[in-house]
Design a protein around this ligand. Structure first.
Ligand code: N01
Length: 535
């Protein structure tokens, strides 16, 4: 163990969140800060998720920082939806431009963080043997960073290669001539399957829950659009930060039932051709009225049946058990079309469940399949997984893991009672994953930075939210979710339902980014209502 280093803030994670938080504390407030990052590069999600087809589902001109006009003008995206390597290049560019690297410790995992009441400091240890004493502990660990490897019997018996998409090898995987299994048909599986199918000898997709997906309609950005995005950056940012989802478009102010069947169908058709999440935003009631949602869902089911030639496969893909967009809808490049290839087959593990993994492949209740490679596109222990995996102990020996035993408890997704001077960027209880992430992250980092500035100016040493504030906020989170169809997706990771044994609590705040921002600002205006300061 090395000597304890005194520092103002320890930040965990060098993705969008951690890097902007470092820059803000260091350059705006003049504080000392260190980012601890387990990977050997910056980028967070985009460092780890390198599977074939990995891209963002937010349009590139909105999937970026807006805090620096210079950065907005310098950086140029090449495609409508950015691919993983391009986003990783962007985040590396940010790290270099703002000279962040000297304050980022790579290949360094935070091992423990313990709050010491007597000194009002966090003692942080790392797997490298470093020790820090920090006034603030700020987590920027991402909402989807703890890979979910399913507990299937025999998983270690498999003699071929297996990969989780969220921990993809940096050297890539050569699928040429291979017999490949893909388990999982969420956003990741839906992106990866068409790309793997182009290379592999044969792909067998194991689907547990059928999923809606919208065409992405990828295309390179024209010079005119690039110019437009730069010239109108302020207007674009205003739209992103004053609407529900942080995207550069707003939800239309019309009901599905304002129009005749023909008019509505024409709009769905137009959105389908245009591609992307705008489909969901075409009507205001798609996520609040089951009847309205049924119209959108029926349209997509019709499209699946039109695209997929094999009627049995089409039925398996269209047999979707939840409302459209109650799970985050994937956007794809020829996902449904891929099932028309001779080398792709779909197995419903609802009909014939996986019994075990064997040395040669996968055994379902009616067949033994042989594979060279198994790809687990099985998602993440979302929102809380990475936080509770870290050994964080707050006041009175309270561990985060125990305190969140029955589900996360936060105030505004920013602080947890019993964990003074700890902030969680895009923590559970904030809009986070229901939004385009960068504007949600910028808002959180700005709020935390302003709060710390306030503490410095007023000579305040400690901030902690209360149990009462967290109870109040949990009710707001529940009410916001229950005003939508989101809780109706029973297998969703929003609810923690994808992880066996995880308490089922709807975790993100579904009231929208604009409303959430207003609430955060209002609490500040009311002298930081819900937080207690100590001199
Ligand atoms: O994970 P998921 P993901 N046996 O949890 C199945 C973001 N993202 O990595 O639905 C068999 O959605 C599981 O089945 P079921 C985006 O926010 C964004 O795909 O639980 N199957 C499901 O089919 C997204 O929502 C982008 O029944 C098992 C799949 O695995 C989030 O990340 C791209 C299983 C997991 O789907 C997560 O997406 C990629 C088991 N034991 C991801 N366990 C873009 O920006 C799980 N499954 C475009």
């Amino acid at each position: 163990m090395s000597a304890v280093q005194q520092i103002d803030a320890i930040i965990v994670g060098a993705g969008f969140s951690g890097m902007y938080q470092l820059l803000s504390l260091r350059d705006k407030l003049g504080l000392s800060a260190k980012v601890l990052e387990a990977g050997d590069g910056v980028g967070g999600t985009w460092y780890w998720n390198r599977y074939p087809g990995a891209r963002c589902d937010s349009e590139s001109h909105s999937y970026m920082f807006y805090f620096s006009k210079e950065l907005v003008h310098e950086w140029e995206w090449s495609e409508r939806y950015p691919q993983q390597p391009e986003i990783l290049r962007y985040l590396n560019y940010v790290a270099d431009k703002f000279k962040l690297r000297p304050d980022i410790a790579l290949n360094t995992r935070m091992q423990t963080a313990k709050y010491d009441e007597a000194t009002n400091r966090w003692l942080v240890t790392t797997d490298k043997g470093d020790q820090y004493s920090a006034k603030y502990l700020i987590t920027g660990v991402g909402c989807l960073s703890s890979a979910n490897m399913p507990k299937i019997e025999g998983i270690s018996d498999f003699k071929g290669k297996s990969y989780h998409t969220g921990q993809w090898p940096h050297e890539g995987v050569d699928f040429t001539g291979k017999r490949v299994a893909v388990i999982g048909t969420g956003s990741t599986g839906i992106q990866a399957i068409p790309e793997i199918a182009k290379q592999a000898a044969h792909v067998t997709v194991f689907q547990r829950t059928a999923n809606y997906s919208l065409p992405a309609r990828h295309h390179p950005l024209s010079d005119e659009f690039k110019q437009y995005a730069k010239e109108h950056a302020d207007d674009i940012y205003k739209v992103m930060t004053t609407n529900t989802n942080g995207h550069p478009f707003s939800i239309a102010d019309r009901s599905v039932f304002d129009l005749s069947d023909e008019e509505r169908e024409a709009i769905f058709e137009e959105q389908w051709k245009m591609g992307g999440f705008q489909f969901r935003a075409a009507f205001k009631d798609i996520l609040t009225s089951q009847e309205a949602n049924d119209k959108a869902a029926d349209f997509i089911r019709k499209k699946i049946r039109e695209i997929v030639h094999n009627p049995k496969t089409a039925e398996l893909l269209a047999d979707i058990d939840h409302p459209f967009a109650a799970k985050r809808p994937p956007i794809d490049a020829d996902y449904f079309e891929t099932y028309n290839r001779d080398n792709v087959e779909l197995i419903s593990i609802r009909e014939t469940p996986i019994e075990r993994i064997t040395a040669q492949g996968i055994k379902t209740t009616d067949h033994q399949y042989e594979f060279d490679i198994i790809v687990f596109a099985t998602g993440f222990d979302a929102m809380t997984g990475s936080l509770v995996k870290m050994d964080i102990t707050g006041r009175d020996q309270r561990t985060l893991k125990d305190y969140w035993y029955a589900g996360p408890r936060t105030y505004l997704g920013l602080q947890v009672p019993g964990f003074p001077n700890m902030f969680t960027i895009t923590g559970p209880g904030s809009p986070s994953v229901l939004c385009n992430m960068p504007p949600a992250i910028e808002q959180h980092v700005n709020w935390i930075t302003d709060c710390i500035r306030h503490m410095q100016q007023k000579g305040l040493e400690r901030i902690e939210t209360t149990e009462q504030a967290s109870d109040y906020w949990q009710q707001q989170v529940d009410d916001a979710a229950n005003a939508t169809l989101l809780p109706k997706a029973k297998h969703s990771w929003y609810l923690g339902a994808n992880i066996p044994g995880k308490p089922q609590v709807f975790m993100p705040y579904a009231g929208g980014l604009a409303r959430y921002r207003a609430i955060c600002d209002e609490m500040v205006a009311k002298n930081y209502q819900g937080f207690e300061f100590t001199h």
